[in-house]
Design a protein around this ligand. Structure first.
Ligand SMILES: Nc1ncnc2c1ncn2[C@@H]1O[C@H](COP(=O)(O)OP(=O)(O)OP(=O)(O)O)[C@@H](O)[C@H]1O
Ligand SMILES: [Mg+2]
Length: 228
């Protein structure tokens, strides 16, 4: 099967204070197949966030190319990258960043409005997405009235509402206990297997990697092993 997302010889340098340069990634290659859960693991500072940001078109590499659906997205204009992120991709972060004054339903609905889903379709789709993450009975709750794992599930409902091809998740389980983190991983597995979504995530938690199809290990900005 063809890869939906590929990284070819990706390097990233950041300008650091003074004249120095931080080389966050060097020569990274990866082939991400559609419908898989792919995990990048590594210590703090190994380059996980830098890489996932480049794969998700939030940042550009210093060298190398990223292709999405066969197209070189590193050559895209800012506007085209913006559209790609908005319509084909979704992002889930470590800290959940729901809007505190809005209910779970309203948080998901807002994302759908921003993604241009017509008003007439929204309510049904919000309910479907909340049901998908097992929160149909919490739709009227505000974030403060939800557990950490439930908040992350609302964030995932928000991420899947516009049917993205790829969901990028940077340390999505880092603030959760192991049991809750594993429940989030199970949800990612189901989204990959039943929904055809591709999940690209980072973690430093060994327990979470069991749920991944492929695990890449990053050390000092290089991929040192691939398993799965
Ligand atoms: N904007 C930046 N400017 C300069 N250096 C940066 C910048 N962003 C990241 N770095 C450096 O690049 C390296 C990789 O950082 P990155 O955030 O990708 O690591 P990480 O694996 O996600 O770590 P963590 O597990 O702590 O989130 C680190 O040495 C970091 O200090
Ligand atoms: Mg990080």
């Amino acid at each position: 099967m063809a890869a939906i997302l590929t990284a070819r010889n990706i390097s990233k340098c950041f300008a650091a204070p003074g004249a120095s340069v931080v080389r966050a990634l060097s020569g990274v290659n990866a082939d991400i197949q559609e419908g898989r859960v792919v995990c990048f693991r590594g210590r703090s500072g190994s380059g996980k966030t830098t890489l996932i940001n480049i794969l998700g078109a939030l940042d550009t590499p210093t060298e190398g190319t990223v292709t999405f659906g066969g197209e070189d997205i590193t050559a895209f204009s800012e506007a085209k990258r913006d559209r790609l992120r908005r319509y084909e991709m979704a992002f889930v972060f470590q800290s959940v960043a729901l809007i505190g004054s809005m209910t779970a339903f309203e948080n998901v609905e807002l994302a759908m409005r921003l993604a241009g889903v017509p008003a007439a379709q929204r309510a049904k789709r919000v309910s479907e997405c909340l049901a998908r993450v097992g929160l149909e009975r919490r739709s009227g709750h505000r974030p403060a009235e939800l557990s950490g794992g439930e908040q992350q599930r609302v964030a995932i409902a928000r991420a899947i509402c516009h049917k993205p091809k790829v969901i990028f998740a940077d340390e999505p389980t880092a603030e959760l206990d192991t049991v809750t983190g594993l429940a989030v991983m199970k949800l990612f597995r189901d989204l990959a297997e039943e929904g055809g979504h591709t999940i690209v995530m980072t973690t430093h938690d060994e327990a979470m990697m069991e749920s991944a199809d492929v695990t890449y290990t990053l050390e000092d900005g290089e991929i040192t092993s691939t398993g799965g």
